[in-house]
Design a protein around this ligand. Structure first.
Ligand SMILES: Cc1cc2nc3c(=O)[nH]c(=O)nc-3n(C[C@H](O)[C@H](O)[C@H](O)COP(=O)(O)OP(=O)(O)OC[C@H]3O[C@@H](n4cnc5c(N)ncnc54)[C@H](O)[C@@H]3O)c2cc1C
Length: 381
């Protein structure tokens, strides 16, 4: 007879795996519903704030070994407007950090967290949740093949379309951008010097992020139709376009992986917890991939979970309110920050160009503004 459960974690993406490890680390008994993950060619730049969580979970050394440091960020105005901003280079050491963050393939992050979960007593089921009910004293999750599970709390880490969120009656606000992101990993002949390069075009940033020795990942945000065209190009032709977009800064480029296209959208759920269900990761908020914020925000949800386990009932209404209070401001601020960042980079009006160029020129020259912007980008540091 297995021990009664303290929580059921639904979903084994990076947020769900980290949540299961965090709650199990409190000595609680956990079931993790973990159907196969869909193919994911993305990489994640884990910003400095996520390091503390992964250190506590005992996986930071493995993550470090699998990732590349991001010590500098170069911003280049690649718009074709009349007024162009000067190039800006931000160094992590200016704000006393060794690196802004560390970039690794999502697949590798998943494998590291899978191994950590396997080394605990977490009851991992390769199964899907099919139904959710919440009552005064507990919640029930039906599964496709393993029967029903009962616990005081459901941790919904089941992604942007979260069925657990819908069952808890939590409302969402959703919006779309007229942009898609093409992602692909590549090799190059010049050293990246631990620098992420952001070339800001009128349709979104073309961003390269270090991934290893003479290897980088690309997130190319552009119009949906253009992303579709790029996805279908022969390897050598796409590599040429990438070389042109990056001004040859990384030398000759050769693709080193499959391509994926992600339509850009945003979503915020309100509240972030209700009916014995707490939202972590993209079940609670979706951001466009600008400034590497999405999962880093989700990991701060995870880091807040211990706060609702310090009483008798982690699913009690007071704990749902506490979790929402703890996470609301951060989720709202990040959503506004990323949306404003994306908006400020678009728009071709002359006034917009002057503001952007002037803003960047100011930030480039004025030390405290530079440091404030860098800290804002890193949020919880
Ligand atoms: C192009 C791009 C680049 C990005 N780069 C960065 C970056 O550099 N830094 C950063 O911080 N963020 C980045 N992000 C955001 C980041 O990828 C996401 O925030 C993150 O992957 C979300 O993780 P998650 O665990 O919340 O959700 P998911 O990874 O979507 O996991 C949800 C899981 O739930 C499972 N599931 C669904 N339904 C059920 C069910 N009924 N029962 C059980 N399980 C279920 C699914 O199988 C899935 O495995 C990027 C996003 C994009 C699009």
């Amino acid at each position: 007879m297995p021990a009664p459960l303290d929580a059921i974690v639904v979903g084994a993406g990076p947020a769900g795996l980290s949540a299961a490890l965090t709650v199990a680390g409190l000595g609680r008994s956990i079931a993790l519903l973990a159907p196969d993950r869909p193919a994911d060619e993305r990489t994640t730049a884990l910003l400095a704030g996520s390091e503390a969580l992964f250190r506590r979970l005992g996986v930071w050394q493995d993550i470090l070994a699998a990732s590349a440091p991001l010590r500098q960020i170069r911003i280049v105005d690649a718009s074709t407007g009349l007024i162009r901003a000067p190039e800006a280079l931000f160094r992590a050491e200016e704000i006393g950090l060794d690196a802004f963050g560390y970039n690794l393939p999502n697949r590798q992050l998943g494998a590291i967290l899978d191994r950590a979960v396997a080394a605990t007593a977490i009851r991992r089921l390769d199964d899907k949740a099919t139904g959710f009910t919440a009552g005064e004293t507990g919640a029930k999750v039906e599964t496709a093949a393993s029967g029903a599970l009962v616990a005081p709390l459901i941790v919904a880490a089941d992604g942007r379309f979260s069925p657990a969120r819908a069952a808890a009656g939590i409302e969402t606000r959703e919006w779309r951008y007229d942009q898609s992101a093409l992602v692909v990993n590549f090799r190059h002949t010049r050293d990246h010097e631990d620098t992420s390069n952001e070339f800001h075009t009128r349709h979104g940033p073309f961003t390269t992020v270090p991934l290893g020795e003479r290897r980088s990942s690309l997130v190319w945000v552009t119009r949906p139709r253009e992303a579709d065209r790029l996805r279908k190009l022969p390897d050598a032709v796409l590599a040429d376009e990438m070389e042109r977009m990056s001004d040859g800064i990384l030398g000759a480029i050769e693709l080193a992986g499959a391509r994926q296209v992600f339509p850009l959208s945003g979503m915020t759920a309100t509240p972030l917890a209700a009916r014995r269900t707490v939202l972590v990761g993209e079940s609670g908020h979706v951001l466009p991939p600008i400034g590497a914020q999405g999962l880093n925000l989700g990991l701060r949800d995870v880091a807040a979970l211990p706060e609702i386990f310090d009483g008798d009932d982690p699913g009690a209404p007071a704990m749902m309110e506490r979790y929402d209070r703890l996470r609301r401001a951060d989720v709202q601020n990040r959503t506004t920050f990323v949306d404003a960042l994306n908006g400020s980079l678009l728009g071709g009006s002359l006034v917009g160009q002057i503001a952007r160029a002037g803003g960047l020129a100011l930030v480039e020259r004025v030390g405290f503004l530079r440091r404030a912007l860098m800290r804002e980008g890193l949020a919880a540091v």
